[in-house]
Design a binder for this molecule. Structure first.
Ligand code: PLP
Length: 432
């Protein structure tokens, strides 16, 4: 029998972003570990792609899914279902948005598409501001607001998008500025952009910490500064919390709270971790914005009772076990260990992060050039050592991304840091 990694080429697209020279076939998981088809066990430092928020095969979620599946799998948003209303109540209360309404979708892309529909309908404009180096999904319009085109098929878009500075500062003209100067330069850039638009911009969409862009965050408060300018023009602020939501960054439940002088965003989008792997996305907005669409609107699989049951059980577990607090504590320790591991290595330019969202930016030794090859070498070596990682940033991945399930223990953090340290050393030796 030929292995799956030989067969996939004949039926799957060439552009599928599979990791590893010999792609890995995962068969099952438990806690923070997954197993491959050859029976090898790996510590999962990427949690799917931040989708396994609490743990693999968490009994509470599995039971809730099985029980709901036994009753009915799907009803569609034409009817009420109890798990959907209960999850909406929970999220509305957690969102910080006054008079919040919640609409469920089946993915993050669809959530952002919905946010764009709301913003363009509310403001009667198709001009959008997005951040340089951003990623918001892969639909026709989500590609149109994605600043980092390395991660998106080049595409014409129905939207007119202007890209603002502020998402990334590790490189480029503002890299040498201190926090206050950086914020001032970004605000000046935003004002300059707005001067060129003849008014009528619908919204600014931004990830509080850029995910695919390489776990890079602006200084705290930048979006509060932006908000003041946006408010003057009546422009909505959409916070894409697809990666940053649910306390992953440790300090805050949402990424926008690092800018909380701004108050909550007008629109918040979420996905990834909520269903612990089940396909849930969604949008939260205050009623005035959410209700501005004037035609009946459904997402056939949005709000499906099985996914909602998973979301309720997963969120309840996260809150009962204070996993945001765990992300802060264990993430802090992991960051310290990884900074130690990177110290003295030429291939490591920066180790940064918050909570359990940690990025390691890699460069070609002796240069300042982002190095995707280094990241691939580290991924392969870590795999050999029994550790799975993610990648992002430029050169199709020069930043290692670390975002394990939020139940990660101290012992697992120490174990993973050890494997990663060895993998970084072996990449440095190979490139040096
Ligand atoms: N927004 C952000 C910040 C993301 O990181 C992603 C996916 O990585 C998306 C949106 C798109 O979500 P999905 O892949 O569920 O469509």
């Amino acid at each position: 029998m030929s292995a799956l990694h030989d067969r996939h080429r004949a039926v799957l697209p060439d552009w599928l972003a599979l990791y590893y020279q010999r792609p890995l076939e995962i068969t099952h998981g438990e806690g923070r570990h997954v197993w491959d088809a050859e029976g090898r066990r790996y510590l999962d430092f990427f949690g799917g792609i931040l989708t396994t928020m609490t743990a693999h095969a968490l009994p509470e979620v599995t039971k809730a899914v099985a029980e709901q599946a036994g009753r009915i799998l799907h009803t569609s948003t034409l009817y009420l279902d109890r798990p959907m209303v209960e999850l909406a109540e929970r999220i509305a209360a957690l969102s910080g948005i006054p008079d919040a309404r919640v609409f469920f979708t089946a993915s993050g892309t669809e959530a952002n598409d919905t946010a764009l529909l709301l913003a363009t309908a509310y403001r009667r404009s198709n001009q959008i501001l997005a951040m340089r180096n951003s990623y918001h999904g892969r639909s026709f319009s989500a590609v149109g607001i994605t600043g980092n085109r390395e991660w998106s098929p080049t595409s014409l878009s129905p939207l007119q998008t202007l890209y603002v500075h502020g998402g990334i500062r590790t490189r480029g003209p503002y890299a040498h500025l201190d926090d206050a100067e950086f914020r001032a330069a970004c605000v000046a850039d935003l004002e300059d952009m707005l001067g060129q638009t003849r008014g009528g911009v619908a919204a600014l969409i931004a990830e509080p910490v850029q995910g695919v862009g390489g776990f890079t965050a602006p200084p705290d408060g930048l979006y509060a500064d932006f908000r003041e300018v946006l408010r003057e023009h009546g422009i909505l602020w959409i916070s894409d919390e697809v990666q940053t939501g649910w306390g992953r960054t440790g300090d805050n439940f949402w990424g926008w709270q690092a800018h909380d002088r701004a108050g909550p965003p007008d629109v918040l989008t979420f996905a990834k971790g909520l269903g612990n792997g089940m396909s849930i996305g969604g949008v939260v907005a205050r009623a005035e914005v959410m209700n501005c669409l004037d035609a009946g609107s459904i997402s056939t699989f949005g709000g499906s009772p099985v996914t909602m049951a998973a979301g309720n059980a997963n969120l309840a577990y996260l809150l009962e076990h204070d996993l945001p607090g765990n992300a802060r504590r264990v993430g802090g320790l992991l960051l310290e260990r990884l900074r130690g591991a990177g110290a003295g290595l030429e291939v490591v330019r920066e180790v940064r992060g918050r909570g359990l969202m940690i990025g390691i930016e890699l460069v070609r030794p002796g240069t300042d050039e982002p190095c995707g090859e280094a990241a691939s070498l580290v991924l392969e070596a870590a795999r050999e050592g029994g550790l799975l990682l993610g990648k992002g940033g430029s050169r199709l991945g020069s930043v290692l991304r670390i975002a394990p399930p939020m139940t990660l223990t101290v012992a697992e953090a120490e174990e993973g840091a050890g494997i990663l340290a060895a993998a970084l050393h072996s990449a440095e030796a190979e490139l040096g």
